[in-house]
Design a binder for this molecule. Sequence first.
Ligand code: NAP
Length: 256
Amino acid sequence: MDTKGTALAGRTALITGASRGIGRAMAITFADQGANVVVTARSAETLAEVVDLIASNGGRACAVAADVMHEDSAARVVESALAEYGRLDILVNNAGGNSFISPLGTMRFAGWQKVFALNLDSTVRMIQAALPALVASGNGSIINVSSVTGLRGSPLMSHYGAAKAAVISLTQSLAIEVAADGVRANALVPGWIETDLTEFLRADEGLEDAAIGRVPMQRWGTTDEIAQAALFLASDASSFMTGQALVVDGGLSAQP
Ligand SMILES: NC(=O)c1ccc[n+]([C@@H]2O[C@H](COP(=O)([O-])OP(=O)(O)OC[C@H]3O[C@@H](n4cnc5c(N)ncnc54)[C@H](OP(=O)(O)O)[C@@H]3O)[C@@H](O)[C@H]2O)c1
């Protein structure tokens, strides 16, 4: 299938967590649609592979290694994007994840804070750093990656679920605040997607059955399926859509 197009021609997209998984798929998809793509994550080596792959497909990309947990990263990454391409039209706050489970009653507070810093605080910092450039674009689009765990109770993952729920809420508030400035903001809400983040579930048949057994479509989602939804939110195909949470989960959250 020819995946090339011009939906994002002339636009620059900045994607956090773009070295692997969902962010990597978004970077490749956006570049295939003509965007200049700035990929960021901690691993410079893995980012370089993504940039090389995009270049070998005839696209344009550059990498900025940064840890979104560091306070000064957002400003540095946005400055690098503007220095390279002179404009910023699309911001995808995708870096995130969760590395532990625990009942809330006995959860170490440091763990709670770490997950909020990675999934929520980093999103706020990136938005604040990028907003002036997105307003200047005249057609800015912000995509904040949430999770179905943020839509309802997520036992043993209250920290992750609460952070991802907050991502949806701040997206709604932000969308209202910046609509008159020509910037749209939407949340993208994946269900179970086959990436490194969910490898521990596939490594245990019981855990995998428990997770995927509840998905009406009875399978893992692919990173490309999330990237296509991100492309929709980034492009003019969604030009009258802002403040929404687009769920891509094989029907998981439709269940009672
Ligand atoms: N997979 C799922 O089932 C699923 C479901 C719902 C929501 N999500 C959300 O989708 C997003 C992407 O998840 P994924 O499954 O693609 O995860 P992944 O495969 O673990 O990839 C995570 C990406 O984020 C980067 N990253 C992690 N910590 C970072 C940090 N401190 N600073 C900068 N970059 C960092 C990683 O690169 P480095 O390690 O090199 O930094 C990598 O590029 C996350 O927000 C996740 O919460 C995933």
